[in-house]
Design a protein around this ligand. Structure first.
Ligand code: FOL
Length: 221
């Protein structure tokens, strides 16, 4: 039994800022952007469920009233014990992503979303099954106080869609032989994003409470 491919979802500034370590929180509050996150990570065909995979800090950053994220299988990765997760329905604690194959949600799995934070994004960045990145690019303000970052998977992605490829060099250990693999990321069209999400997604630069951002999907071939 193999797993579906992995999709990362993140909201990040142009400088890849995603959070504030002091408060373990997002630097912004964008209700419509958060609604997009909830909609995209929840959407699954009848009878199936998506997994939202997160690290311990991210689990702890979610307000208690929203935990576990409803309608999704909540997978919390941590090397620590997390006894508080044992009694929560639709939530599971695992030591590593590879343990996912040994465990099952209440319904068959549809998609797997990696929802952060920085340390999990970093460890999944070179995973061979990672083939999609849903990034909400926060354009302004710069949120320069961010001190938690998304790894530079895409280098610098342009704010507005221009087809643009990035070669990512992976060094994977293969039978003791270092093997080099090129991963080409390209910005999908807005139509492709909507088709994948299965719903309309606002196009172009969005504005909420003085913050501007854009929804993007990057795919890896
Ligand atoms: N990806 C994107 N695009 N935006 C994000 O804000 C985001 N946040 C995380 C991961 N990927 C993201 C991690 N942080 C909730 C809170 C923090 C969080 C993720 C989710 C949360 O409470 N979500 C509720 C919705 C709450 C609401 O409607 O205000 C949920 O049901 O998903």
């Amino acid at each position: 039994m193999s797993l579906p491919p992995l999709t990362m979802i993140v909201a990040a500034t142009r400088a890849n800022g995603i959070g504030l370590s002091r408060t373990n929180a997002l630097p912004w509050r964008l209700p419509k952007e958060m609604a997009y996150f909830a909609r995209v990570t929840t959407a699954a065909p009848e009878g199936k469920i998506n997994a939202v995979v997160m690290g311990r800090n991210t689990w702890e950053s979610i307000p208690e009233r929203f935990r576990p994220l409803k309608g999704r299988w909540n997978v919390v990765l941590s090397s620590r014990e997390m006894p508080q997760l044992a009694d929560i329905p639709n939530a599971i604690h695992l030591a590593s992503l590879s343990d996912l194959v040994l465990n099952h949600p209440s319904q068959p799995l549809h998609r797997i979303f990696i929802i952060g934070g920085a340390s999990l994004y970093k460890s999944v960045a070179s995973h061979p099954s990672l083939n999609r990145l849903l990034i909400t690019r926060i354009l302004s303000p710069a949120y320069e106080d961010c001190d938690v970052s998304f790894p530079s998977i895409l280098d610098s992605s342009p704010p507005i869609s221009t087809e643009h490829e990035i070669v990512k060099k992976n060094f994977a250990s293969d039978g003791g032989q270092a093997k080099e693999e090129g991963k080409r990321w390209s910005l999908a069209s807005h139509d492709e994003l909507q088709t994948w999400v299965g719903a309309e997604v606002p196009v172009g630069v969005q504005e909420e409470k003085g913050t501007t951002y854009e929804f993007q999907m990057w795919v890896c071939k």
